[in-house]
Structure formats: structure tokens, C-alpha cells
Design a protein around this ligand. Structure first.
Ligand code: NAP
Length: 295
């Protein structure tokens, strides 16, 4: 069994982006600029955004954090998005999710100019991804594929079973893995909450590459994993942990201790897919910069 080390890979990607940024700035051009919009003061969102801003500093990107109170109206938020869309000094921006309940998430995400949509959530980017056209890819699925590629784990001809069909993880990942080309060409089965339990278990057991993106610890047990399979755990659930300083600990969807010995490769939680997601957001920011400022 080998651990798929997202921390090390994400550091490599950040170092590559840092080198690229240094070259851009040395050539007299401005550095890429990422803006994060944070609504309210959800603890998890604060932490994620802080990581993203810190990573921008490391790479040499310019970054801006825009805070809005949790009672901001949808109209005010949409107006701010329109001004970011129009700002030539902003290459990409994200609106950190989740948003307060009175704001329609879909309206907000669809208001982002697709070329600046570095989370890759806009329907135009989703459609171009599905068609294999140039697109800003959703960061978590792109991070999973990047991880497979950097560990040289072949997907061509393999049976990948993805559990979870959300717009931001499971469904786009199923498309990326089944597209033609490098680190695609897999035969993909997509399972969800309406997949009967016995069917889900039998499909999981046939998987060469098993991806869990459910958000429910203990979803994948050892009796669901084929010996030698690659197991990717996207799930991150905060569970109470009185011994931890924060009072909680992150758990994936996979029963790691029982499953890991059976696998060829497995991602830990934390330290697997999570750091890759941030790395791909930063990579998308470079791609968005290059779209807007061709060398
Ligand atoms: N590491 C990272 O960077 C990262 C990034 C994004 C998300 N995540 C984590 O990944 C997990 C999934 O996130 P998400 O945004 O995709 O969640 P989501 O929108 O809640 O989607 C969960 C998916 O799991 C399916 N599901 C629920 N219970 C199931 C069951 N018993 N058996 C089979 N499928 C089941 C749901 O099916 P239905 O569609 O039928 O409801 C849904 O498709 C969460 O823990 C989240 O925190 C991690």
C-alpha cells in the first residue's frame, strides 16, 4: 500500500506556480490576482479562505479578500460580482460556499464571468469540460485526476466507481475520468443515495479505482474493496474529538485502518484530496491569467 500524499504534491504544484509567477514578474508583467469573497463568518469557510490567501502569498500572486456581512442582500452580492467581472486587474475570483440561506447559490455562481470562474462551477465551464473543450475545471475533481497523473496511476481501461454525484465533485469527476485522453478513458460507474445498498456494495467491490465523495464517515468498509484497488477518499466530515485542540477532527468516507492494507494506493484524510483542491484553484488562477493576458 502506498499513500497518495496530497500535501507533498500540492507543495510541488505551488512551487511550479511560484516559478512561473517569478518569470512573469521578471518579464515586467503584473502577477496573477485572485479575489475571494467571504459572506458571513462561518468557521470552516474562514479557514478555507485563509489557506487560499496564504497560498497566494507563497506563490507571489496578488490576493484580495472581500468580506460581506451575513445579511448582505443577493442584489448587493450580484453587484459586487459584476464589478469583479469588469475589473481587468482581477484574473479570477471565488465566492466561498456555503452562502446564507436567503441567497440563491445558483444565481451567484452563474453571475461569475466564466473566464474568471476559478472554482470551475459555472455551467459554461461545466459544459466545456464535458465536451473536452478548454475550460476552468472544478478544483476537487481536477485535483483527483492530477493526483492520479502525478503518481502515474493508469486510468485507461480501468473500472472507476465514483460514489456521490454532486455538481462539484462526483458528477464532474465521473465525466473527467470517462473522457478520452490521458488520465481518462476509464469505464465509470456513478453511484448515489438512490443506488440500492447491495448494488452499491457489489459495484464498489469491482472497482479498480474507487472514489468516495459522500460526506458520511464509514461509507466504505473493507468488504467493499477489491484487493489492489486504488481508493480515493474525498469526504471530509468534522467529528467531535475531545482530545483535539479544536475539539473536532476530519474524517473521510473510508474506514481507513481496515481498508488501507487491501489497497495499492489510498489517500489519507486529512492530507489527501483536500490540499490538491487548493492547488488546483491556484492552477486555475494561472490559467485564467493566461487566458486574459496571453504572453
Ligand atoms: N477534500 C476536498 O477538497 C473536498 C471538496 C469538496 C467536498 N469535499 C467533501 O466531500 C464530501 C462530498 O461533498 P459534496 O459537496 O459532493 O456533497 P453533497 O453535495 O452532499 O453530495 C453527496 C453525494 O453523496 C450521495 N450520497 C449520500 N448518501 C449516500 C449513500 N448512503 N450512498 C451513496 N451515495 C450517497 C448523494 O446522493 P444524492 O445525489 O442522491 O443525494 C450525493 O450525490 C463531503 O464530505 C465534503 O465535505 C471535500
Amino acid at each position: 500500500m502506498q499513500l497518495l500524499d496530497g500535501n507533498t504534491l500540492s507543495q510541488q504544484i505551488k512551487d511550479e506556480l511560484r516559478d512561473q509567477t517569478t518569470r512573469i514578474v521578471e518579464s515586467g508583467r503584473r502577477a496573477p490576482h485572485l479575489v475571494a469573497v467571504l459572506v458571513g463568518n462561518d468557521g470552516g469557510s474562514e479557514t478555507y479562505v485563509a489557506h487560499k490567501i496564504k497560498a497566494c502569498g507563497y506563490i507571489g500572486y496578488r490576493s484580495t479578500l472581500i468580506r460581506k456581512e451575513s445579511d448582505v442582500t443577493e442584489a448587493e452580492l450580484l453587484a459586487r460580482i459584476a464589478s469583479l467581472n469588469a475589473d481587468d486587474e482581477v484574473d479570477g475570483f471565488i465566492v466561498q460556499l456555503p452562502l446564507p440561506k436567503h441567497i440563491d447559490e445558483r444565481n451567484v455562481l452563474e453571475a461569475i464571468e466564466p473566464h474568471k470562474d476559478v472554482d470551475g462551477f459555472h455551467p459554461v465551464n461545466f459544459g466545456n469540460m464535458a465536451l473536452g473543450n478548454r475550460a476552468l475545471l472544478p478544483a476537487t475533481p481536477a485535483g483527483v485526476v492530477e493526483m492520479l497523473a502525478r503518481y502515474d496511476i493508469e486510468t485507461k481501461g480501468k473500472h472507476c466507481v465514483v460514489i456521490g454525484r454532486s455538481r462539484i465533485v462526483g458528477r464532474p469527476l465521473s465525466i473527467l475520468l470517462s473522457r478520452g485522453g490521458a488520465f481518462g478513458d476509464a469505464t465509470v460507474t456513478l453511484c448515489h443515495s438512490r443506488t440500492p445498498d447491495a448494488l452499491l456494495r457489489s459495484l464498489a467491490l469491482q472497482a479498480d479505482i474507487l472514489v468516495a465523495a459522500v460526506g458520511r464517515p464509514g461509507t466504505i468498509t473493507a468488504d467493499m474493496v477489491k484487493p489492489g484497488a486504488v481508493v480515493i477518499d474525498v469526504g471530509t466530515t468534522r467529528v467531535p474529538a475531545p482530545d483535539a485542540k479544536s475539539g473536532w477532527r476530519l474524517r473521510g468516507d473510508v474506514d481507513f485502518d481496515a481498508v488501507a492494507p487491501l489497497t495499492s494506493y489510498i489517500t489519507p484524510v486529512p492530507g489527501g484530496v483536500g490540499p490538491m483542491t487548493i492547488a488546483m484553484l491556484l492552477k486555475n488562477t494561472m490559467t485564467a491569467y493566461q487566458f486574459a493576458n496571453p504572453a
